[in-house]
Design a protein around this ligand. Sequence first.
Ligand code: GLU
Length: 328
Amino acid sequence: MASLNFFTTLLVGSLFGMSAVAAGSSAVNSGFVTVGTGGVTGVYYPTGGAICRLMNKARRQHGLRCAVEATEGSVYNIQAIRSRELDFAIVQSDIQYKAVNGVAEFSQAGADKELRSVFSLYAEPFTLVARSDSGVTRFEDLRGKRINIGAIGSGHRGMMRELMKINGWSDKDFSQVTEFDSAEQAGVLCTGEVDAFVYTVGHPSGAIKEATTACDSAIIPLKGKLIERLLDNSGYYREAKIPGGMYRGNPDDIDTFGVGATLVVSSEVSEETVYLMTKAVFENFDQFRKLHPAFARLRKAEMLSDGLSAPIHPGALRYYRENRLLRK
Ligand code: GLU
């Protein structure tokens, strides 16, 4: 499909940047580092590919091979870092906060003392997409509909649950609640299996492109009292806009709320490895920013401060101090 060419190019590009490594085969200083991402039609996956591509460029010098893994998303990624199946991962800033504080999805596991941050990336607006014939034009219209709230390991599922709670809803307010993976969402929307889905993702993303081209569907704005109450209730969400002109039928910016994408790592990954990963991105910054349209507006200073609840890993700190990006 011509409209997917851009994403196909990215996927192929990220395949070159990765090597085939099975989950769980990484070890500190083994010569491999793994980066957990999300579904292949999201933005985490090409982001991991871009980071690995830059890291692998200098492989002859440092001897490390970086590989990306497609996953269910943020919650899965935090758990996999904790169990040391992954070294690095991309996670939502709210999920990073919840893991560090041992709340919400992480209340059973408790506060994650070993999680470290590296840098933050781009904005991830909460994106509600409904099929045009579903009659959904506002969040409130979802009552009685079939909604995909996301896989258990996804980050958007928790955001949807908070939104439902603020609105006084439980699963019973929908005729069906499904848990398809992010890469399956556009397909089940367009075949009519669900009326709407939610996805917290950078833009443009392959999944939203597919959902807005393969059938008639709309991105639904989220604003007003509901969102005001949600933002009052939690410090980790902020107002966000889905930029206009990225998808068919969506020429104008769309109001919603959102979080940021962040790169995290286990404290057990060596200082040298994290230093090399940080250096790969920051020393090739202009090239990095061109690898995905969601990176175009990245600023180094903001990447060191926005949405990082976990302490910055010593390897990243070393790079930031050496390059005067951080003083202390
Ligand atoms: N924010 C989503 C999640 O944490 C993933 C988005 C993506 O893959 O780009 O589940």
